[in-house]
Design a protein around this ligand. Sequence first.
Ligand code: MN
Length: 599
Amino acid sequence: MDVDAGHGAALGRALPTQAPASKDIPLGKRLRSFLSFPGGDDDPVAKLTKTHRGIHPSADAGVLRRSYAIAENMHRGQMRKSGDPYITHPLAVAQICAELGMDTTTLVAALLHDTVEDTSYTLEALHSDFGPEVTHLVDGVTKFDKAFYGKAAEAETIRKMIVAAGKDVRVLVIKLADRLHNMRTLDARSPASRARIATATLDVLVPLCDRLGIQALKRDLDDVVLYHLEPDSYARIDDHVQNRPGWQEYLAEVSAKARSALRRQRVTAEVTVRPRHYYSIWKDTVAGGHAVPFDLPRIAVIVDGPPTDCYAALGAIHGQWRPVAGRFKDFIASPKNNLYRSLHTTVTGPDGRLVEVLIRTEQMHRFSEFGVATTYRYPKSTETADPSGADQLSWLKRVLDWQQDTTDAAQFLASLRCDLAEAQITVFAHGQAFELPSGSTPVDLAYELSPDTGDQCLAATINGRLAPLSSPLRDGDVVEIFSEADDHVEVEPDAPRGPRREWLGFVKSSQAQMQINRYFDEKNEPGMSIADKVKLGRATIGLTLRKHDRGLASEVPLRRLAEELGYPDLETMLVAVCERNLEPDAVVEQLIALVDHPD
Ligand code: MN
């Protein structure tokens, strides 16, 4: 845990005064004064601490109390649209993180996640109070200022969050928990803003959650989105779930029979009832065109043994009940792209009713529920989601690989959306497997191989036959790409070189779109992202300082100057320097004055 006990500015104001541990005061009372708030209020973090300690018994509850006290102090007087005190929100977000099994640092950052954005608490104060890890997490979920960045703010904010999550994925876990609680408390808002927020959630955050494999969180997000977007369907499904006579008894019978079938085959396994969440019932109802909610009884078989035991369990279940043709799926042999692994089957159960059965090992079960959060929930386990050692973060790293190449945040967001929405196919080239969005073409593959191969790609064969560059690839295709760089390819001297604009009309992957746009952008005026402008602004000040034989040991004077000049944060001032709305010489003069003559 990297949460250090700093002595930052906010501490003195925020912490309830603690009685010095004196020998005159009985231990019990001393402990009580330490554990509870003065004034006899109920400990507001009691539930949070209990949940957290239930999963991490030796966790430090003191730092939770300390961060709550600061958050409460800073947000005091602020209200949510519902009329509740603002602090109820960060506390609820921390509670969601605790239930996922996240570590203490995440919970501290969750409690403080809105302080920097919405109060006078600064990143510097946060840093000196709680250290670099918490600061990184809070900064990662802090929005860019809309007033200064205008329309680009949302896209830049999402990109900033994804980049921060690349360094520490807990940023995204906090953001998802934040959104879940905001969605749960949307009732106080107008129908239009409810629909807008719910749609935005469905668009980016739900798929992100899915990619990170955190099903436990995704189910809740799914359901709350359905509640706001399809209130009537939600009510209908709720009514169906609350009133289905004989359902429990039927599932108890199915579970008991499954247990004895497994025992007969000597498979050690736990059988549990696994209700579907509302959104999943709704989806199947709509997809099948059913007039009433379509919801099959479902059980999960968690085997205690190696993955091969799952197939033994499958044999036991199929021996007991006839499987429905076409409903068996082996996500162990072919995991989903978020590394979900499990066997799925549907059988004709007692009384001829269809029953769904999920079969997985304990380890697969953990990863399917908690995804990237698994390593925090089970810190002692060294398991990974995939036997090859891959995890859900490989996908995030790939996203970040191409984010370096895009200059425009809006384009980044568009590509991210596209990458999140698509199903994936696997194709083979040069004896290697490549994952691409479904509908990808040889051009997408060429850019996946390398930007140069993409730019210079001329022709392709699919399964040995020459095919147009725009042909959609299918799962399992074997593809060969021919490019100008290949020795055996002869290019006519005046044939057009480089990518064609019409490729943009059919490529599917964000990598290809990005690279083709980059190729044409470089011929025109190159654009810059806010992050680049911040970098350049910082470098400009560094160079100007050097002209004066000066350097900066820390960012504190810069941040103070930004504040004095009326910028919402340092980054905004650096953008102003980059765009020459602020003269670097003037900044440096004032900076030197500030350092040499602090008042
Ligand atoms: Mn929030």
